[in-house]
Design a protein around this ligand. Structure first.
Ligand code: HEM
Length: 210
């Protein structure tokens, strides 16, 4: 099995988790308590020690192999779809590195329960939204775009129109999903009152009073 095949194989595991994970975040549109109730059930699957170990291993492998494939193919990359695939992969890998690191740090070191409030806190502290809005928006869009590029390459025998549709449609869906998730975290769809302990986990740089 070569590196590209291993990258695609581990993508199936990370992708399956991402579907469950984003569905979980979409439930927040109905309310934060509904989201947390869904998460408690979903954790019954992905927080099983063996499942979580495999997931985190695949995430680490996905990031490492992705960066390696990106660098290795740098000189041979031709055409807009190849570059879109590389760019979306790089955004996703960078996001996963920070995101999973932050989740594990919050759980292990800060002793926080990493629910919706953990992600939402950054949207409710002055200036932090300038980082967190594009951070989550482009991560989710990059996921949809990266998958769309893979589908595009697999449809070699289909017409160009069908391949273009397979590329553009998921990106449009990704734009809608990203926007909804960001609006939900920002409390623009349903009321969000972030508990103080989540806000306190952020550096007091912009929150301390004079
Ligand atoms: C709006 C977008 C996202 C938000 C708000 C978000 C938020 C979160 C939260 C709150 C957790 C902790 C879950 C828990 O404690 O049970 C988490 C974990 C995680 N997220 Fe995300 N996430 C987002 C997008 C993504 C994407 C696109 C991926 C990539 C596939 C991803 C991968 C992960 C992984 C691998 C974990 C660690 C799971 C674990 O071992 O507990 N996330 N995320």
């Amino acid at each position: 099995m070569n590196l590209r095949t291993l990258h695609k194989t581990s993508a199936i595991i990370v992708g399956a988790f991402a579907c469950l994970h984003l569905a979980n975040h979409l439930v927040s549109l109905a309310g934060v308590q509904e989201h947390i109730a869904f998460m408690e059930r979903a954790r019954g699957i992905y927080r099983q020690p063996a499942v979580e170990a495999i997931l985190l291993f695949c995430v680490a492998f996905q990031i490492g192999s992705g960066f390696w494939l990106l660098l290795r193919g740098w000189m041979n990359r031709r055409g807009a779809v190849a570059w879109l695939q590389a760019l979306s992969g790089a955004v996703l890998a960078g996001f996963l590195l920070i995101h999973v690191g932050a989740v594990l740090y919050a759980r292990g070191v800060l002793d926080l329960d990493t629910t919706f409030y953990f992600s939402a806190a950054g949207f409710h502290i002055p200036l932090y939204p300038f980082f967190f809005v594009p951070y989550y928006f482009f991560a989710v869009l990059a996921l949809f775009t990266h998958i769309a590029c893979a589908v595009f390459w697999h449809m070699q025998s289909a017409s160009l129109r069908a391949r273009q549709l397979a590329l553009v449609l998921p990106m449009l869906v990704g734009t809608v999903v990203s926007s909804l998730l960001v609006l939900s975290l920002a409390g623009k769809i349903q009321p969000v009152e972030v508990p103080a302990k989540y806000k306190a986990s952020y550096p007091a740089l912009f929150t301390s009073s004079p």
